[in-house]
Write a protein that binds this ligand. Structure first.
Ligand SMILES: [Zn+2]
Length: 158
């Protein structure tokens, strides 16, 4: 298990566009392993590589549903549908939440750790998590698109 350091706002790396992964190497496997370890350790539901300072299009998501851990390399949103407005936070922006409007359902495509393409249909909170993490790959933070940003109530902080 290897934990990486999560970078916080206003680190400029969070505002840059991440590069596609051209080839899956042992380094990418290590990156995926470390990202999952780091996400679980921080009790997050998703993590994008730029959040640990790596400008590669790699995300991990686990919202605690039946999908378990989802690793996706070069993720792309193929279809989007509907709308949901709900609260969101970010491991790179501790202490703040926001109400963010997202698509209610998305179909995403990407590569798994073996380089095989797969698609996944996500709804509700899982769809929100994917949109949030893919935004990170494009240098977009939830605070930039939220309808309202507010401090996390102290009693609900860890
Ligand atoms: Zn985030």
């Amino acid at each position: 298990m290897a934990l990486r350091i999560i970078v916080h706002e206003p680190d400029p790396v969070l505002h840059q566009i991440a590069k596609e992964v051209p080839k899956i190497t042992p380094n990418i496997h290590k990156l995926l392993n470390d990202m999952a370890d780091t996400m679980y350790h921080a009790e997050g539901v998703g993590l994008a590589a730029p959040q640990i300072g790596i400008l590669k299009r790699v995300i991990v998501v686990d919202v605690g549903d039946e999908h378990g851990l989802i690793e996706m390399i070069n993720p792309v949103i193929l279809e989007k549908e509907g709308e949901q407005l709900g609260p969101e936070g970010c491991l790179s922006i501790p202490g703040l939440n926001g109400d963010v409007r997202r698509h209610q359902k998305v179909k995403v495509k990407g590569l798994d750790r073996n380089g095989n393409e797969f698609t996944l249909e996500a709804t509700d909170f899982l769809a929100r998590a994917f949109q949030h993490e893919i935004d990170h790959l494009n240098g977009v933070l939830f605070t930039e698109i939220a309808e309202r940003v507010y401090e996390v109530p102290r009693e609900s902080r860890d």
